[in-house]
Design a protein around this ligand. Sequence first.
Ligand code: ADP
Ligand code: ZN
Length: 515
Amino acid sequence: MVEEAKLIGTLKEYFGYDSFRPQQREIIKAVFEGRDNLVIMPTGGGKSICFQLPAILLPGITIVISPLIALMKDQVDGLTANGISAAFLNSSQKEQEQQEIFRKIEKNEIKLLYVAPESLQYVDAVFSAGNISLIAIDEAHCISSWGHDFRPAYTQLGYLKNRHPETPVIALTATADKATRQDICDQLNIPHATHHLSSFDRKNLSLEVRPGTKKFEQILAFLKGRKSESGIIYCLSRKNTEELATKLQEKGYKAEAYHAGLSHNERIQIQEDFINDSNDIICATIAFGMGIDKSNVRWVIHYNMPKNLEGYYQEIGRAGRDGLPSSTLLFHSYADVVQLQKFAEGSGNAEIQLAKLERMKQYSEALSCRRRILLSYFGEIISEDCGNCDVCKNPPEFFDGTILAQKALSTVYRLKEQEPISMVIDVLRGAQNAQVLEKGYQGLSTYGIASDVSWRDWQQYIIQLINQGYLEIAFHDQNKIRLTSLAKNVLFEQEKVSLADVTQAELKKQPVVAE
Ligand code: ADP
Ligand code: ZN
């Protein structure tokens, strides 16, 4: 058993901190008890210390499996600078370099040894050469194809516990959903691991979702008064990152694009410029951020919708690691949803991916406290609304939307459930475009019965009707809108429908558009 004073002393001496964060102490003690542990802690929560501090005090070597080969050198340099003897092994090294490391392993001169999951072949040699005290598996969710970051090389890691059952394992991740958690433990062969779950509530992050129209104008308005603050804008495509960065530069902002298509050196340079505050804004694909330790990111914008809430949570979590108030903004658009649906359908496990996307969509369209929805996704229930999301700050007003609902549902009915949202709206609004006229829809009795409601408002109302279960989208049939069994209550039995007043909510939300 390890004494408290020793733990605190080591924390201070090697990391410069006076006290542990919530959970760190318990986790570290459990490591010293020789148990297997699964640590679920949000990004920025302080997972590294949970294995680095034990590594310093344990008699032998701690092997760290980490997916980020590109960052291993930085991690090792950082530890070395703190007086902790660390090294890494990967296939890019020269034979001689590796021999030198093995010599140190034999002499027990290394405390932390980073190994990429692709380089597991070294591990047996490490075990025979040295005294191994602990195996740490960072970003452990990469083992699960249910997670959002699946790395095939991780699936070999179950081998470690099979081969070396006496060595305790600590697996760490910021992904919390229950199915993935179980999958991690199953695949790593640590069925009896103690699970340590930290709160996912990051109260200092404000949450906001806005309709994805005139996004660039909205971004400029958002950036007003945020000059020279650090922020990240996540985009779905490389092209978007570049276009946005260019447009921001033209407006006088220090912005750079970051994506996997850039060379290694370019990416390193961009990361460094951001970390040193010589650049303010990164327009990035999701390739950016993993392992980036920058505490003063003041805001994160999602230019496009992420494909699930884990990814979203992880990405917004890069803001405000220093605990100071920070803002997040997500642009929600139906076009993104459709595109993400296509990706999900083409993926290996379409059913799960589509279900996750559906949760993401519900979050974006929420008319109740967003933080509650987000945290409940991670299995955490908060008893009160957060007061720091756009819905809490600006709760929607509901009105009797029965007539609007009847108009929409009967239009879907007249269209024989054969058309997507856009056509339903065109008919409701009496649009004169070629598609409408070719199909002869101008002759329908509902044609133009609601031209006083704007196109965008209709889109919002129809999404609400979908969320309330009156309509559904046939994803496998060209996204045609269909009536559900609930719809007939509205059409034939006078059932009342409440709708959130999107015109009001939108008016309140629309920023002043900057020139
Ligand atoms: P994670 O891996 O969970 O995303 P890190 O281990 O990178 O988080 O830690 C996030 C930040 O918090 C780092 O800057 C780290 O130095 C800092 N940190 C970790 N533990 C403590 C602590 N006990 N006191 C103060 N800062 C801490
Ligand atoms: Zn809220």
